[in-house]
Design a protein around this ligand. Structure first.
Ligand code: BGC
Length: 725
């Protein structure tokens, strides 16, 4: 026992180097620690001791485990026993762009830089587990938490999540990928029972988690609040035992979502390792220490003592927790971290500029010459509203946040910037709606006045981080823009038709004014550097290269989940059925020929690109092969820019229903004006298999497949046939 510290010390040289030998050595040390723990100590490690920590074993020098949200920055310190902020003065951080923005960059290298930077900040703040990234699939534009996730496509989310995880974990901080799984809405999130086919589960909703485990080697995973087929996901035998720890061999720690545990025996036996956030009222059963009443606390201890649960069950949990510790807070080699430095600022700004998506640009409305001395009216609440505040658990205490208005003022020094908010949504609130006290009519009047005097109008609106907007704990109530923005835009257009719009949101909205506006950009919750990044793109300092990570339906019913009515979304309050099955997002629009307003993968540039000469290295492939897709990409416009070449593959004749095409590869290529480059994208033949429910396994069908190459899911420029034999 006295040798524990020595054991930890001995592992010094092997911590960061995960190889079989060091793993075996660590596993042996873990066994020796477990041998020295009392049953009570083991159980103690399986549940919270405060809102964001679980206990260590002080007598053996085993440290506490400290966690923090996630996923866009390291959250401000929270009180030990309640959700209030602790008001520390040293916890202001860099706010990075929301993950929708990261996904829109289609740039996995940037995702790695993002992971490294946020991991360094987490490390500096002495966090062992960062509660993110989130990879729940964008199923409906009403989901209040879509902004925390990586869009509607499992391949895109898989490719973007892996480098983020690696970057975080290089710092000796565990990523905690969440929410496993099917937490695709906030409405009734605590109990809604999701029913879906195995195919939809395996093909759409699990791949990003699987990539996080198998390719990202993520060290922890967070269960979801909702149920799957009658079991809460935080203790779902299917998700945790069979799939995660069975099929995918996950050797890390499963952590509940806060308050997501509901039963001791199921939690014990169905794969949960650490219970966090369970609500205890502190008055009845828990007069002294609320955490002792957690499902995996005293009740768990008692069941083991009574012989109802084997001690090996808790040993497995403790082994996983210690493994997590050896990778994080018992890794004496890990770096010290740093925060609020120039490099992190730059990463935040780069992600934001690369993620902004140009959706419409009539008569080259954008870019606006940064040297102009004209009058620019900046109208809309999102020009000045803080977007790091609000939204639920991803709320941040940013060291600073450059608003769009400030960013525009910084860059357009010679212009006269007129400003008016136009509408007001009320203060940021989570869990309730607080209407604004400002008079809506006078705001509109002032905005019209400003617009009529300007040479150009920039309307900066969208959604925000309030309850029932882009915010945890509730879904949006409507698809249209809130707070009278549509009416306001109409009125502004009447006095000044030279109007461009910037939507700041994490979700698609209805756009009745689309025909009338000259320019449209989709921006996101872009963190500390939001305003500077927006000005970078508006001014043309940076040529936009973001692509939509989800489809924008014309109307809500055009979205697959909504097409099938209430039982599909949001359910009947007890159950819901994913009736669209595998046809999520563009898979639905393509296959059912329902034109989206803006398609997945779409985004314009200030230059033009040409894709040509599509070929593959062979015509006939077999299982295990790689398909080498190649094409020429040329920048035929006047400025440097970056294009995302997207490869979709479909199987026209199949024994099962398939989407017309699915994203299987992409590459972002930067090219100077007049330049061209050959682009090669490798796709594994095995990735063309479908999940065959009749054999409960993947099935690679033989026959003919079509390769579609383009720069958006609805802008396919060339097609090519191949065969699999
Ligand atoms: C959220 C998680 C978050 C946790 C801790 C929960 O309400 O669903 O995403 O990590 O709280 O704040």
């Amino acid at each position: 026992m006295k040798n524990i510290l020595l054991y930890i010390g001995l592992t010094l040289g092997v911590m960061t180097n995960v190889n079989a030998q060091s793993d075996a050595k660590i596993e042996k040390q873990i066994d020796e620690i477990i041998n020295q723990l009392t049953l009570k100590e083991k159980v103690a490690m399986c549940h919270a001791q405060s809102k964001f920590s679980s206990p260590g074993i002080p007598r053996l020098g085993i440290p506490e485990l400290w966690m923090s949200d996630g996923p866009h920055g390291v959250r401000g310190e929270i009180n030990w026993d309640d959700w209030g902020y602790a008001n520390w003065t040293n916890d202001s951080i860099t706010a990075f762009p929301a993950l929708t923005c990261l996904a829109a960059t289609f740039n996995p290298e940037l995702s790695h830089e993002y992971g490294v930077a946020i991991g360094e900040e987490a490390r500096f703040r002495k966090k062992d587990v960062l509660l993110g990234p989130g990879v729940n699939i964008y199923r409906t534009p009403l989901n209040g938490r879509n902004f925390e996730y990586m869009g509607e496509d499992p391949y895109l989310a898989s490719l973007m999540v892996v480098p983020y995880i690696k970057g975080v974990q290089e710092n000796g901080v565990a990523a905690c990928v969440k929410h496993f799984a099917l937490n695709n809405q906030e409405e009734w999130r605590g109990h809604i029972n999701v029913n879906l086919s195995d195919r939809a589960l395996y093909e759409i909703y699990l791949p990003a988690f699987k990539a996080a485990v198998e390719k990202g080697n993520v060290w922890s995973i967070m269960g979801a609040y909702n149920q799957l087929r009658g079991e809460h996901c935080c203790h779902s035998d299917l998700l945790l035992n069979k799939i995660l720890k069975g099929e995918w061999n996950f050797d890390g720690t499963v952590i509940t979502d806060w308050g997501g545990t509901h039963d001791t025996k199921q939690a014990a036996l169905n794969g949960l390792d650490i219970e966090m956030g369970t609500w205890t009222n502190g008055l009845t059963a828990s007069t002294k220490f609320a955490y002792d009443n957690y499902f995996l606390a005293d009740p768990f201890l008692k069941m083991i003592q009574d012989g109802e649960i084997e001690e090996s069950v808790v040993d497995d949990k403790v082994r996983r927790i210690l493994r997590l510790m050896y990778r994080t807070n018992m890794n004496l080699n890990r770096s010290l971290g740093r925060m609020n430095n120039a490099e992190h600022t730059q990463v935040a700004r780069n992600v934001a500029t690369e993620g902004i998506v140009l959706l419409k640009n009539k008569n080259d409305f954008f870019p606006i010459n940064p040297d102009t001395n004209s009058k620019i009216a900046v109208i809309g609440e999102n020009a000045t509203r803080s977007m790091t505040v609000g939204g639920g658990s991803s709320e941040l205490k940013a060291k600073y946040e450059i608003s769009p208005l400030q960013g525009i003022k910084n860059r357009f020094k010679n212009a006269t910037i007129l400003h008016s908010i136009g509408y007001a949504s009320g203060p940021s609130a989570y869990g309730r709606e607080i209407p604004s006290e400002l008079n809506a009519d006078s705001l509109v009047k002032a905005a019209i006045d400003v617009a009529s005097k300007a040479d150009v109008v920039l309307f900066i609106g969208g959604l925000n981080k309030n309850h029932f907007q882009d915010c945890e704990g509730g879904d949006r109530k409507h698809f249209e823009l809130p707070f009278g923005q549509n009416e306001l835009i109409d009125k502004l257009l009447k006095v000044n038709s030279n109007l461009g719009l910037v939507l700041v949101s994490g979700n698609a909205v209805e756009m009745p004014w689309l025909e009338q506006v000259n320019g449209l950009m989709q921006s996101w919750y872009n963190g500390s550097e939001a305003g500077n990044a927006l000005a970078d793109v508006i001014s043309g300092d940076v040529n936009p290269s973001g692509k939509l990570p989800y489809s924008y339906p014309v109307k809500l019913k055009d979205n697959a989940a909504h097409y099938f009515g209430d039982l599909s979304y949001p359910g009947d309050s007890i159950n819901q059925y994913y009736k669209e099955d595998i046809l999520v997002g563009y898979r639905w629009h393509d296959t059912k020929k329902i034109k989206p307003l803006f398609a997945f993968g779409y985004g314009l540039s200030y230059t033009n690109f040409k894709i040509s000469d599509l070929t593959t290295d062979k015509q006939i492939y077999t299982k295990g092969d790689k398909i080498k897709v190649s094409c020429m990409l040329g920048n035929t416009g006047n400025v440097k820019g970056a294009e995302v070449v997207q490869v979709y593959i479909g199987k026209p004749k199949s024994k099962v229903n398939r989407a017309l095409k699915e994203l299987k590869g992409f590459k972002k290529v930067s090219l100077g004006s007049g330049n061209e480059e050959q682009v090669e994208i490798e796709i594994s033949v095995d990735a063309l298999a479908f999940y065959d429910e009749s054999i409960s396994d993947w099935n690679l069908e033989k026959g003919s497949y079509v390769i579609y190459v383009g720069n958006a899911s609805d802008k396919i420029i060339q097609k090519h046939k191949i065969n699999i034999e």
